[in-house]
Design a protein around this ligand. Sequence first.
Ligand code: FAD
Length: 447
Amino acid sequence: MYVLDDEAAGQWALGGASRWWLHHSLAALRADLAERRLPLVLARGRAEAVVPALAEGVGASEVFAGRAHEPWAREADRRVAEALGAAGRALRLFASATLRAPAEIATGEGRPYSMYAPFAKAALKLGPPGDPLPVPEGLHPVSSPPGGEALEALRLLPQAPVPDWAEEFGTLWRPGEAGARERLERFLLRPLADYSAARNDPGIEGSSGLSAHLHWGEVSARQVWHAALATAEDDLERARPFLGEILWREFSLHLLWHRPDMVEAPLRPAYERFPYAPDAGLLRAWKRGRTGYPIVDAGMRQLWRFGWMHNRVRMVTASFLVKHLLQPWQEGAAWFWDTLVDADAGNNSVSWQWIAGSGLDAAPYFRVFNPVAQGEKFDPAGRYVRRFVPELARLPDKYIHRPWEAPEAVLRGAGVALGHDYPRPVVEHAEGRKRALDAFAAMRREA
Ligand code: FAD
């Protein structure tokens, strides 16, 4: 059974891109279950009403579910357990999203970790996570399952008259277990030893592309862990860079579990006073990929077209919003929440706080990503920019990340009229950097 409980999630109800994914993921799950002659019941509404009603309808004494980490979903789980308990039934939750249950990784004093490095060390010390389990044999469908809702009734896809902004998603993604398996296999055909360098090149498929499949539970972290380790012939060191990212995900969920407030509030309280300068125009330019910085704009447009953005570029675009444009990180996190197919309360909040400087493990505030230098280092021939910012495609490599420095004749030759086809920078880099550092100093003075 799947229950869509938007009311419980409130402002954190699933974003548009997540809904697109969920629709197709449920369709795939329904088809997979149908092959085993099992029904999938879909429902909308408050979980604490819907789940006990179904349990009663089919005479179930126990309800089994994967453990959620989001604070609103945990609250809903608590209410479901209470409602089931009142009727003499039980809710049994399992650590299906993570390598281990949240309490299993703790300091010597049994406390949660606040830093990634010691967390990862402790996780590795525990040895490999449990083996993934096979599909259970002998699953028996209930004799007369209640109908539930039709998938279409959940209205998860973009609805007319809104244009179908997700029309290209399906060319890149195949939600569901089969799609997840296919991606994992494809990724593991490439040498794991190349991952560290390849994952930083946005112009190629250098990372696994598994984030949404992992988020939606179509492949488990445990399956990915064991498959990667087997490919590396059990050589942990060889698989370590990739497994390190799986551990970042595990760490984000660990933090979310212990610090549910982090989805909205800075983990370092001093950042409550950070003097952001909210500006609707600048925020809009960032969202639409019209900041005048090619790598930033390419990232924002990749996000819009495919519901996903390369990790290196997520860092650059996020830093640009928070530092160069002085917009609150919560605005950026909310946009990502709405537009990412892998939107995840753990990874998204931890990453935004890391970039904004307010995370416990954050990069030092004075490290302001230079969007030109980042572009030139990680996308030297502008392959990524040319793909997502086609109006600049004919610029020579030398100017692809700094079109405003190109001589007039070069711009004309490439068919670019700056300020017309493509914007001039909304802020100059050195000025943006200085403003960010001044704002940081002002926050510290107030401390
Ligand atoms: P791979 O490089 O193949 O990594 C394998 C898996 O490890 C990923 O699928 C993901 O589950 C995990 N992972 C990789 N990088 C990170 C990371 N930096 N932090 C935590 N886990 C990681 N990831 C999300 O899943 N959901 C989000 O909402 C999200 N928001 C982000 C917001 C910002 C501002 C930034 C900088 C990063 C964010 N990330 C998020 C982390 C990262 O960008 C994506 O997980 C990654 O790009 C997904 O691509 P992949 O599956 O090819 O990753």
